[in-house]
Design a protein around this ligand. Structure first.
Ligand SMILES: NC(=O)c1ccc[n+]([C@@H]2O[C@H](COP(=O)([O-])OP(=O)(O)OC[C@H]3O[C@@H](n4cnc5c(N)ncnc54)[C@H](OP(=O)(O)O)[C@@H]3O)[C@@H](O)[C@H]2O)c1
Length: 255
């Protein structure tokens, strides 16, 4: 039982690791023993995160990659496999949000959010799964959202709803197809956590008052509160769990 969550010797890839939840995920995986390749567009930020991972005694590998660009992704995956020889864990975490309803969103905003939040998971997984299949082992974890399962009456986020709904059912589709190859695919559905994405839009007094009144926990999530779900899905503790969505949301989706 004590070794069930140990990631020593594993190689993890985390997208969107230059900020917010991705940094937390990369560090949590390193704390459990994994070496971690971290991907994002801002290389300077990735270098800072690398230092934090290395301070934990693990290998960090920063790779500049736009996860909407197939050529970038193919090159990034090849570089990581050349360096480490394998990829055990893929965390598809990069994401963005665009507030607004179907009446106010532009086509460009729609396409951008769908590309970053959904197409990226398709492309990253396409290039990583072939290496996982060779080893008959893999753990894919997608960052979804409560807003892929429910709406948000007080702050319309319609393209975000559509994108995270797609992440949830893509997780089920991939999870059921890939388990026969020893690869599990699961998703984490956070509610509200303070990051670059949310700090200016949702972390204001007016919105938090509404959020705290609705959320059974009466507060947003704290840094580190997603890590338990991540390590469960990233480790052998979840070998018979696939296609599942774990909402880490202070009870929001249970109301
Ligand atoms: N914070 C919340 O309350 C919350 C709730 C539910 C779900 N989520 C989800 O959690 C994930 C992480 O979000 P966060 O809150 O940590 O936001 P964040 O701080 O804004 O981080 C977003 C990350 O995605 C990366 N990214 C965006 N577009 C990219 C692209 N084209 N190519 C490569 N990387 C890209 C960014 O890196 P670069 O800009 O350097 O490329 C950054 O590292 C997202 O999927 C988000 O939808 C967040």
């Amino acid at each position: 039982m004590s070794n069930l969550f140990d990631l020593t010797g594993k190689v993890a890839v985390v997208t969107g690791a230059s900020s917010g939840i991705g940094i937390q995920f990369a560090k949590a995986l390193a704390e459990q023993g994994a070496d971690v390749a971290i991907l994002a567009r801002r290389y300077d930020k990735l270098q800072e995160v690398s230092k934090e991972i290395e301070a934990l005694g693990k290998v960090a590998f920063p790779v500049k990659c736009d996860v909407t660009n197939e050529r970038d992704i193919e090159a990034a995956v090849n570089t990581i496999v050349d360096k480490f020889g394998k990829i055990d864990i893929l965390v598809n975490n990069a994401g963005t949000a665009s507030s607004g309803s179907i009446e106010t969103l532009t086509e460009a905003e729609w396409d951008k959010v769908m590309d970053i939040n959904v197409k990226s998971i398709f492309l990253m997984s396409k290039y990583v799964v072939k290496h996982m299949k060779e080893k008959n082992y893999g753990k894919i974890i997608n960052t979804a959202s409560i807003l892929g399962a429910v709406g948000s009456k007080n702050a319309p986020l319609h393209v975000y709803n559509a994108s995270k709904g797609a992440v949830i059912n893509l997780t089920r589709g991939m999870g059921t197809s890939l388990i026969q190859h020893g690869i599990t695919v699961n998703a984490i559905g956070p509610s509200l956590f303070e990051t670059e994405m949310t700090k200016d839009t949702l972390f204001n007094e007016q919105y938090l008052k509404v959020y705290n009144a609705v959320c059974p926990a009466g507060r947003p999530g704290k840094s580190g509160e997603l890590n338990g779900a991540l390590i469960y899905f990233a480790s052998d503790a979840s070998n018979y769990t696939t296609g599942q969505i774990l909402f880490v949301d202070g009870g929001w989706t249970a109301i």
